[in-house]
Design a protein around this ligand. Structure first.
Ligand code: ZN
Ligand code: ZN
Length: 146
């Protein structure tokens, strides 16, 4: 049986891997030569809403999907872990696109958690705040715009 703290640890590891790949791939998708072909679809809405997290070009699913899968391939040892990771990631993605910064949101207790305020800025301005889960890559590279 999977232990709860190992689930948390592995989910955190997956979030770090996914977050790192997401940051750099997201910046790449905003490059002026390729933006209009793939990522522009996701930016149709300047004010995002929960399910809009899945409103993307099929290639974007494959591109960002690498971040989801690599962590699973490296850290997976039990089916419960896979369920926990997919659940955490989907809840996080829907939360960041929800448009609501809920005061008692337990996700806001996670250090460096991006949240909806972070991603709202990205959708409003089409630049900056490229992170998915954690804000540290935006801070390191000076793309944190809020
Ligand atoms: Zn974007
Ligand atoms: Zn988005």
């Amino acid at each position: 049986m999977a232990r709860w703290y190992m689930l948390l640890l592995r989910c955190f590891g997956c979030a770090m891997i996914e977050g790192t790949l997401h940051y750099f791939l997201h910046r790449l998708l905003h490059h002026k030569r390729i933006y209009k072909y793939i990522h522009k679809i996701h930016h149709e809405f300047q004010a995002p809403f929960g399910i809009e997290t899945e409103y993307v070009h099929p290639l974007e699913i494959l591109i960002f999907g690498t971040g989801y899968i690599i962590g699973v391939m490296l850290l997976f040892d039990h089916i419960i872990f896979l369920w926990a990771w997919v659940t955490f990631r989907l809840i996080g993605a829907i939360d960041t696109h929800s448009g609501y910064d809920i005061p008692l949101n337990p996700l806001n207790l996670i250090p460096f958690y991006a949240g909806s305020w972070h991603h709202d800025f990205h959708h409003m301005n089409f630049t900056g705040n490229y992170a998915s889960t954690f804000t540290w890559w935006d801070r390191i590279f000076g793309t944190d715009s809020v």
